[in-house]
Every structure is written in C-alpha cells, then in structure tokens.
Design a protein around this ligand. Structure first.
Ligand SMILES: Nc1ncnc2c1ncn2[C@@H]1O[C@H](COP(=O)(O)OS(=O)(=O)O)[C@@H](OP(=O)(O)O)[C@H]1O
Ligand SMILES: Nc1ncnc2c1ncn2[C@@H]1O[C@H](COP(=O)(O)OP(=O)(O)O)[C@@H](O)[C@H]1O
Length: 207
C-alpha cells in the first residue's frame, strides 16, 4: 500500500502476462521515439512516414501527435508553460503504457522545454529515443502550412513557440535530423535514419 501524488491507499497489481511476453508475440521491443522540434519542422510528417515504414516491415507502432491529442485527451490544456508541461507529462505517461504494451510508440510534439522532455525520458530511461528535428526557424516559418506563424508575427497568437515563447533544443539526443548543404532530407530519408537506429539497437526483433 502506498501514497502516490494525491492518491492514498493504493496498490499495484501485477498481471501474469508481462512486457517481455508481449514483445515476443510482436517480435520487437517496446520503446518511445520522441520527436521534438518547432512547429512546421516536420514532426507529423516524420511520425507518419516512420509509422508507415515500420508497418510495411510488420512492426507495430502508434503515433501520439500533439495536435491530435489536443482534440481529446488534452483538450482542456492551452499553451501556457504550465499547460505545456502537463501536456508533455500526460503524453509521456501514455507513451510509457504503449511501450509497455510492446509497441514502438512515436510521440510527436513540440515539447519545447528541456526539463519536460527529460522528465519523460526518466519514465523509461533505457528505451527513450529522442529525435531532434533541427530545422531553422526561417524554414519552418516559410512553410507555415497552417498560417500560425503569420498570426503570431501579427500578434494575433501570443506565446507562439520560436516567436515569443522559447524552444530549448536538446543538449543530448539519440538522433538529430538536420539539413545538409541547405537541403532538407525527404520524409523517407528522415524515417530511414530513425529505422536504422532502431535496427542497430535491436528494437526490431524480440530480446
Ligand atoms: N502558441 C502556440 N505555440 C505552438 N504551437 C501552437 C500554439 N498555438 C497553437 N499551436 C498548434 O499546436 C500544435 C502544438 O501542440 P503540442 O501539443 O505539440 O505543443 S507543446 O508540445 O505542448 O508545446 C502546433 O502543431 P505543430 O505545427 O504540428 O507543431 C500548432 O498547430
Ligand atoms: N522532409 C520534408 N521535406 C519537405 N517538406 C516537408 C518535410 N517535412 C515536412 N514537410 C512539410 O512541411 C510542413 C510542416 O510539416 P509537419 O509535419 O506538419 O510539421 P510539424 O508537425 O512539425 O508542425 C508540411 O507542409 C509538410 O508537408
């Protein structure tokens, strides 16, 4: 019996089928691929491309996309620093559950604050793969597929990441994706970089 957060008198129940059993069934290892970067850097594009590549190889993954989750699980949250922190905390916990289910969980959120990403890493330190989409602000702003940068520059959105709210780049991450000679890798190339890492580390086969 223990107290966790605001919950008192709670108990942990073990089930007979565990993570290792599920991983054997799926012939893969559960993990969190955490994609961070500015709005417009290509997080959703990479997440979808990676999910498609893994699917075609018979590997089970699931995408937790920040924008999408704000339509449901996180619809009571805005973009204040406190709300972003709670947003990332919740998604980190959900991602941990998916990884425990044996899936390759792909989380794609701006996740601008280093301390919040590090807190998610601490939930599953051995199997947390941080992918930094290191694209310059000018590129992201030039893409502006939803017109949000334009609104932010006009002062119609306050606290927009990269404009008047900070983005703290990772100081250590497993994978960094950036432009080479001013050219952005294609979605397939970005996914390929992550798949190669997963393959090298043995995530695409059972333990
Ligand atoms: N103020 C502000 N700052 C940044 N982004 C904003 C903001 N307001 C709305 N949006 C839209 O919300 C999407 C980001 O949601 P996230 O949950 O990934 O953000 S965060 O991780 O909590 O910072 C983001 O989607 P992406 O462009 O896919 O990153 C935007 O469409
Ligand atoms: N590697 C890429 N090469 C060219 N265009 C890209 C690439 N990645 C993303 N894009 C385009 O940039 C825009 C923003 O991508 P998106 O995945 O929505 O970014 P984010 O989820 O980080 O906001 C979209 O129009 C998308 O088609």
């Amino acid at each position: 019996m223990s107290t966790v957060g605001n919950s008192t008198n709670i108990f942990w129940h073990e089930c007979p089928v565990g993570k290792v059993d599920r991983q054997k069934l799926l012939n893969q290892q559960g993990c969190i691929v955490w994609i961070t970067g500015l709005s417009g850097s290509g997080k959703s594009t990479l997440a979808c491309s990676l999910g498609r590549t893994l699917h075609s190889r018979g590997k089970l993954s699931y995408v937790l996309d920040g924008d999408n989750l704000r339509h449901g699980l996180n619809k009571n949250l805005g973009f204040s620093p406190e709300d972003r922190t709670e947003n990332i905390r919740r998604v980190g916990e959900v991602a941990k559950l998916f990884a425990d289910a044996g899936l390759i969980c792909i989380a794609s959120l701006i996740s601008p604050y280093r301390k919040d990403r590090d807190a998610c890493r601490a939930l599953l330190p051995e199997n947390f793969i941080e992918v930094f989409l290191n694209m310059p602000l000018e590129l992201c702003e030039g893409r502006d597929p939803k017109g949000l940068y334009k609104l932010a520059r006009a002062g119609k959105i306050k606290g927009f990441t990269g404009i008047d709210d900070p983005y703290e780049a990772p100081s250590k991450c497993e994978i960094e994706i950036s432009q080479k000679d001013g050219i952005c890798p294609t979605p397939g190339e970005m996914a390929g970089q992550v798949v190669s890492y997963l393959e090298d580390k043995g995530y695409l086969e059972a333990q």
